[in-house]
Write a protein that binds this ligand. Structure first.
Ligand SMILES: Cc1cc2nc3c(=O)[nH]c(=O)nc-3n(C[C@H](O)[C@H](O)[C@H](O)COP(=O)(O)OP(=O)(O)OC[C@H]3O[C@@H](n4cnc5c(N)ncnc54)[C@H](O)[C@@H]3O)c2cc1C
Length: 415
């Protein structure tokens, strides 16, 4: 059992030169067999393992990661958390997630720095006004607290914004006051520490290279650290889902594409809400360090390159300057990319698969950071019991049956 983090622990360690801190998670040698293997130690994989242990008592679990934990999209996103989706199944899972985020620091005994500072999605065309008003009505019926606010209120909440732009004046916004941000690395680290504390094995630098099947079932995986057997397998690898599904012997309706983001030099606090401007295609918040965190677009072609490119900086900053004139004077510090897994209806896949004991969690695309706790909760339930109300509408069969959960409008920009 790990020692708890607390104000008392900080004081105690301060008295003894901080020599008493333990490693947050262990680095074990893989066992020959586990009840469940999760491939991918991103937020979704780690949260799945955590709720398998916490909610279902399944603790003989390994989480296999080809790089370092949280080094995929979980450590590369712009950390926006919201649940103002249009369709009922989406609102249910994203709101479950957002509500779990509210108390996740206490639950994990790890400060994930959840900041419910409020998220606004700007309406800058009449079409968007109608769309967001519709979403606000849908959210009211779903029990998700959002409201459509006036341009004046937008300006009050975010004074640095120019609401009278010549091309795209701000006509209102969809506002969710309990939405916000959290520290992305801390979410992965907090779940990892809690999983390790339950006796689960997180095995980094361990790439799955093949999935072994016998008689329609998976019996184990081959990895760069040897063969490991399992009773159940969860594939949670975001942009590499198609590659792993191929190893397991089925196909996915997924495209992988690089999505980019950038941050400016740090400046004094000037913006304490998150703003998404879908028409001009950009979104921005200010980190605790003072950097303006700016989300860019996705590359226009499928690829696996985890890096940024210059034309995205230019396009994204140009798009935002009319609404945020002050960013024209900022130096950009850093940019990067992550490989996102896009489905046709912009909704995730949390599903059984054609292989009996293999489950897949993917398709979160440009917006899955916000979903980590809810996705882990539902996917763990699906893996443990074969059914979860949270994931029921996100099965693979919906693509065969034409029963989409269309969130292409609510998804808007990368978020
Ligand atoms: C630039 C950018 C901005 C974003 N902004 C937001 C935002 O503001 N809000 C939001 O909600 N979402 C956002 N997202 C989306 C969000 O980051 C993802 O949906 C989410 O992090 C996916 O988490 P994951 O655990 O599924 O994937 P990942 O964190 O990518 O984890 C998957 C892991 O699987 C591992 N893996 C792959 N193949 C193998 C293998 N063969 N063997 C072992 N391990 C393997 C990878 O190394 C990786 O660590 C953004 C994404 C990007 C790229």
């Amino acid at each position: 059992m790990k020692k708890r983090y607390s104000a008392f622990a900080i004081a105690r360690e301060a008295m003894r030169n901080h020599l008493g801190w333990e490693r947050a998670w262990a680095s074990p040698i893989p066992k020959a067999k586990y009840d469940a293997i999760i491939i991918g130690a991103g937020g979704h994989g780690l949260a799945t393992a955590y709720y398998l242990g916490k909610n279902h008592g399944i603790r003989n679990v390994a989480i296999l990661e080809k790089g370092w934990l949280g080094g995929g999209n979980t450590g590369r996103n712009t950390t926006i958390i919201r649940s103002n989706y249009l369709q009922d199944p989406s609102a249910a899972i994203y709101e479950k997630s957002r509500s779990l985020y509210e108390t996740l620091s206490q639950d994990l005994n790890y400060n994930i720095m959840y900041s419910p500072r409020g998220v606004m999605m700007l309406a800058q065309t009449h079409h968007e006004v109608r769309g967001y008003q519709r979403t606000a009505y849908a959210n009211a019926l779903q029990g998700v607290k959002t409201e459509f606010i006036s341009p004046r209120r937008v300006k009050e909440l975010c004074p640095i914004m120019n609401i009278d732009g010549p091309r795209y004046p701000v006509l209102g916004a969809l506002w969710q006051d309990r939405a916000g941000t959290a520290r992305h690395d801390a979410v992965a680290w907090g779940y990892a520490r809690a999983c390790s504390d339950m006796g689960m094995d997180i095995i980094q630098q361990c790439e799955v290279t093949a999935i072994r099947r016998e008689g329609g079932r998976v019996v184990g995986v081959d990895t760069t650290k040897g063969a490991i057997d399992c009773n159940k397998l969860g594939i949670v690898v975001a942009g590499h889902s198609g590659v792993l599904a191929d190893m397991a012997g089925f196909r996915l309706p997924i495209e992988s594409v690089a999505l980019q983001a950038l941050v400016s030099e740090p400046i004094k606090p000037c913006m304490d809400v998150v703003v998404m401007a879908n028409t001009v295609h950009g979104y921005m918040s200010q980190s605790d360090k003072g950097e303006m965190v700016i989300g860019g677009g996705a590359d226009g072609y499928n690829n696996y390159t985890q890096r940024g490119s210059f034309h995205h900086i230019e396009e994204t900053v140009r798009a935002l300057v009319e609404t945020f004139p002050m960013i024209a004077r900022l130096k950009m510090l850093r940019q990067w990319g992550g490989i996102v897994d896009m489905t046709g209806d912009r909704s995730p896949i949390l599903s059984k698969t054609p292989v009996e004991n293999v489950f897949i969690n993917c398709g979160w695309g440009t917006g899955g950071f916000k979903a980590i706790p809810g996705s882990g909760w539902g996917f763990a339930e699906l893996m443990a019991t074969g059914h979860s109300p949270l994931t029921a509408e996100f099965g693979l069969e919906r693509f065969r049956e034409g029963r989409f959960v269309d969130e292409s409008v609510a998804a808007g920009v990368a978020h």
